[in-house]
Design a protein around this ligand. Sequence first.
Ligand SMILES: Nc1nc2c(c(=O)[nH]1)N[C@H]1C(S)=C(S)[C@@H](COP(=O)(O)OP(=O)(O)OC[C@H]3O[C@@H](n4cnc5c(N)ncnc54)[C@H](O)[C@@H]3O)O[C@H]1N2
Ligand code: MOO
Length: 413
Amino acid sequence: MLNERNPIPVVEAIKQVTKYCKKGETEYIELTEARSRVLAEDLIADHDVPSFDRSPYDGYALRSEDTTEVMKNTPKILSVVGHIGAGSVYHKKLEKNQAVRIMTGAPIPDGADAIIMLEDTTTFEESGKSFVSIRKQLQHQQNISFKGEDVKNGTALVNKGTVINPGIIALLATFGYAQVPVAKKPVIGVIATGSELLEIDQPLEPGKIRNSNAYMMIGQLQRAGAIPQYYGALTDNLEESLEKISEVMKEVDFLITTGGVSVGDFDLLPEIYQELGADVLFNKVAMRPGSVTTVAAVNDTLLFGLSGNPSACYVGFELFTRPIIDSFLAKETIGIQQEQATLAVDFSKVNPFDRFIRGRYEFKNGQLVTEPAGKDKSNMVHSLAMANCLIQLPGGTEGYKQGDKVTIHLLGE
Ligand SMILES: Nc1nc2c(c(=O)[nH]1)N[C@H]1C(S)=C(S)[C@@H](COP(=O)(O)OP(=O)(O)OC[C@H]3O[C@@H](n4cnc5c(N)ncnc54)[C@H](O)[C@@H]3O)O[C@H]1N2
Ligand code: MOO
């Protein structure tokens, strides 16, 4: 059966997976925990910001009409009748030829219609009273931060599906959101397969390797905003593996396995899918690395059978698992950010399949340029550590030349 695998194009594979998108529930969390979470409701301003007219400067609040006679060398003297800092209110009404000393952020006193900066005044005392000499003419409403000039009551604040960043946190705090409605994170099971695997704290033995994929996927899941649930590594035993996978599926929203999806004698996943009665969406994708990526569904639970080769596993996750997580979180944009970049070196390998090369991008002379991050074989891990993007090279060409425009997928931190 496995030798009959028919590769499907990458876009078709993504389409197949996204048919199974399910949206998660909403939960309320503390604002201090909200960074990087996805907002689950449209938020509307329930008051103006600022909620009162306020001073943008330290200076004096006054009536602009009292300054009409100010000339270059003839200042106007006003009597200082009060002193307010941010957080206090001047409760009387400002009368003709009066001024109130005011600090940045304090509310404009009744009767005042302009603020003069402290630097344009001189304060002095005479007979126990305070006065201010005004050296500048002011216009009606000059130097005032108006009620609602930042955000008007009733306007949209942030749309659902937005990833919350520190700027958005400032806005939510301004509107008193101590708790924030966010999309619940999907819980995604991680299982590694292969009798060759050692855990990371075990010493190397002949023929064995340390299980790096599970930890890599835990990192990828965290970066994508999901909760990884690690269930360890399975040895190549069909009954035990089937039992474990059936158990785990009941506890998670999706399950990712790594390894065991190819045509080797110990590649058990295809048989396990069969035993589970899973609907196999595809078991070969026209891409390198990760051509053996298999995705199956049992009812509405997706099983991602990612390749065992580290770089193939990584690419399979970013292309197929990531969009499902984004949809579950009801993110405004699905999938990782893509940009156009210029290839900085030749890439001569010919391939009928699309390639996703571990790459590095940077800005050079105002242009986004990219090149491979290291050796390109899918069983290699070092170039993964060096990569900050995947360079997409569509198949069916005679390789690529320096200067060619290519699509890159930005990986993030
Ligand atoms: N006759 C064929 N052989 C292979 C084919 C093929 O088409 N015909 N495809 C090759 C390609 S391409 C890939 S990719 C791999 C995929 O194999 P599996 O996904 O079944 O993975 P495994 O065989 O279990 O492992 C492959 C490789 O990766 C190492 N590995 C596995 N798990 C981990 C882990 N958790 N951490 C680190 N490394 C891991 C494993 O030891 C193997 O070296 O098949 C090719 N063969
Ligand atoms: O599917 Mo394999 O990842 O091409 O190396």
